[in-house]
Ligand binder design. Structure first.
Ligand SMILES: Cc1cc2nc3c(=O)[nH]c(=O)nc-3n(C[C@H](O)[C@H](O)[C@H](O)COP(=O)(O)OP(=O)(O)OC[C@H]3O[C@@H](n4cnc5c(N)ncnc54)[C@H](O)[C@@H]3O)c2cc1C
Length: 380
């Protein structure tokens, strides 16, 4: 029970929970092995109205509120692997809101509507080989050539990158202006000069695909500039707030799952003639983590309330992203420890969650960058 959620939210929760139980959980091992989840997942989620849950009806959306997104993030995590939820969240919470917020009517029809339906896969490309935390330091450059822009550069660690039909690419359009000379472009797969240089192999989130992308004299029509020229940095900073809240909701959900897995195991595993859950050092650590998880969960909900009421609390969002990522990893690490040697075996689910949740401390802004933002907000 929570005063944030209504019957409508619980109905969405039920739909997503059933979807995860039937269409995701039984196949996760297979997808982890394959290094991607099937394209049809996007289509199925589109058909269920999930991808465009907060979009206006005229673009195929369900016009639900912000809590609906939090419910979806919580339920997706129940599949026990982070890869598919991350790939879907990129489309749902990074690309769709950005196109909706900044797109022209023509772009909304051409890209938003099929993204909401799940007919296309999308990605957002900010990071580069030489610019991660320092977004303003990107080197991908676009020069105007008549009614086109010519893009050159490369992008690193792009989720959905190997199969995205459309990628939002962040590029410099005025080198001398730093973060004031950044623009967003919608780049379609198959555009000459746009190639997937490499599918990347990674520690966790293995059922999502991650790619390095390359742009070599890639001609993009001017009509595919997304948002205002030279204001792409501000657009991305806006987008990152939403991305961080959803990452926090997912991290808390994984922490909760780890806690439940850990308590179950500790109650069953007997050493020195009693369940290990009875050792005070173990039960107290569970209690400590449960308290932290609950506190961060309430912070996620509180931020959801503020966003729903048209507020964008950067300080609290950064705090929430920092704390949720930490508590998710600390819980996963403790629960792996509670499993002893079994925790290190691939047949136990905790090893996968432990690998997957480690990303939360890096993606969407590292712990250190969250510290920087919070410190700035505190005027330090
Ligand atoms: C699986 C995966 C999926 C991803 N998906 C996407 C995606 O879809 N789209 C996308 O654009 N990006 C994506 N990323 C990239 C991710 O956002 C970056 O990895 C992240 O922002 C960090 O950038 P970096 O890796 O270049 O590290 P760096 O910026 O090089 O940082 C290295 C270390 O230095 C620290 N550091 C940097 N600056 C400071 C500072 N000022 N003060 C203190 N410490 C500092 C960092 O915190 C970090 O510990 C993904 C990454 C991974 C691993």
């Amino acid at each position: 029970m929570s005063h944030y959620f209504t019957k409508e939210h619980e109905a969405i929760r039920k739909v997503v929970r059933e979807f995860v139980e039937k269409e995701v959980s039984p196949f996760v091992d297979e997808w982890e092995e394959a290094g991607e989840f099937p394209r049809e997942i996007f289509k199925k989620l589109g058909d269920l109205g999930i991808l465009g849950i907060r979009c206006p009806e005229k673009y195929g959306g369900s016009e639900a509120d912000y809590y609906s997104s939090l419910v979806i993030a919580e339920e997706m995590a129940r599949c026990g692997a982070g890869g598919m939820p991350m790939g879907v969240a990129v489309q749902m919470e990074m690309v769709i809101p950005t196109i909706l917020q900044f797109g022209t009517e023509e772009q909304l029809e051409k890209y938003l509507v099929p993204a909401v339906k799940g007919d296309i896969i999308t990605a957002l490309a900010i990071t580069e080989p030489n610019a991660g935390s320092d977004v303003a330091g990107i080197q991908t450059y676009a020069v105007r050539d008549g009614d086109h822009w010519v893009l050159n550069g490369s992008k690193m660690f792009i989720t959905n990158g190997t199969r995205a039909d459309v990628v939002i690419v962040v590029a410099k359009t005025e080198r001398s202006k730093g973060y004031q000379g950044v623009t967003l472009f919608l780049v379609e797969k198959g555009t000459p000069g746009f190639t997937i240089s490499k599918k990347l192999d990674k520690l966790g989130m293995r059922s999502s695909d991650t790619a390095e992308l390359s742009f070599s004299d890639c001609h993009v029509p001017h009509s595919n500039v997304l948002g205002r020229l030279g204001e792409g940095f501000y657009h991305i900073m806006w987008e990152l707030q939403g991305e961080r809240i959803i990452a926090a909701a997912g991290a808390v959900a994984f922490a909760q799952q780890c806690l439940e897995i850990g308590i179950r195991y500790a109650q069953e595993r007997v050493q020195f003639e009693k369940p290990i859950a009875k050792f005070q050092v173990i039960r107290h650590r569970f209690a400590d983590l449960a308290a932290q998880i609950e506190a961060v969960r309430q912070l996620v909900y509180h931020i959801g309330y503020r966003v729903q009421n048209k507020d964008y609390p950067v300080k609290e969002i950064s705090m929430c992203k920092l704390l949720s990522s930490r508590v998710a990893f600390e819980t996963a690490d403790f629960v792996l420890q509670v499993h002893g040697g079994y925790g290190y075996m691939m047949e136990y689910p905790i090893q996968r969650i432990w690998r997957d949740v480690r990303l939360y401390r890096i993606g969407a802004g590292t712990d250190e960058i969250m510290h920087e933002i919070i410190a700035k907000q505190l005027n330090i």
